[in-house]
Design a protein around this ligand. Structure first.
Ligand code: ADP
Length: 159
């Protein structure tokens, strides 16, 4: 069975992430979306809400599983027998960062490979940080994120 992981902060998940998930899921028997729980960074949405919003957004994709993880990605992959990382690329800046990450992982774990998917042009300007910023200034983010994220953000901020 071919399995891959799409790791990220997904804080919050955007339409750009979902497009990568949908496209990557077609090429593997199973795609794990790994929500990184960075305890050192203050989150916009708590990890449980990020996972829940993602699960709802991918509920029509039968072979996609959402998990939260902390610690080193490579350790999680080795423990769970996942040999492939999927990452999305929007720009040369993304490429330069991802190249370094992929090469470090390759150097330490030669058995792991990173697959890259280029964003569709209409998603190339969407990032979680743009969504956060727009939301914090009262902007309309409804076209940038799935509905489950809008609900999660409202729920979290009005509690
Ligand atoms: P990280 O903090 O690990 O970069 P992100 O949640 O920001 O996590 O992104 C996870 C992955 O999704 C990265 O590979 C990133 O390049 C990719 N990505 C983010 N936004 C988009 C987008 N609009 N189109 C395609 N890929 C994207």
């Amino acid at each position: 069975m071919s399995t891959a992981i799409f790791p990220g902060s997904f804080d919050p998940v955007t339409e750009g992430h979902l497009d990568i998930i949908r496209r990557a899921a077609k090429h593997f028997d199973k795609l794990v979306v790994g929500v990184f729980n960075n305890i050192r960074k203050k989150a916009f949405l708590p990890v449980e809400l990020r996972v829940k919003a993602l699960e709802e957004a991918v509920s029509d994709m039968g072979n996609v599983e959402v998990v939260a993880f902390d610690g080193l990605l490579a350790d999680y992959m080795t423990e769970n027998d996942i040999p492939v990382i999927v990452r999305g690329l929007r720009s040369v800046t993304d490429f330069e960062y991802e190249q370094g990450q992929a090469q470090i992982i390759k150097d330490i774990h030669p058995e792991l490979d990173t697959f890259f998917l280029l964003t569709k042009p209409q998603y190339s300007f969407i990032s979680s940080s743009v969504v956060r910023e727009m939301y914090n200034f009262g902007g309309d983010i409804s076209k940038l994120v799935p509905e489950s994220v809008l609900i999660a953000i409202e729920h979290f901020n009005n509690k």
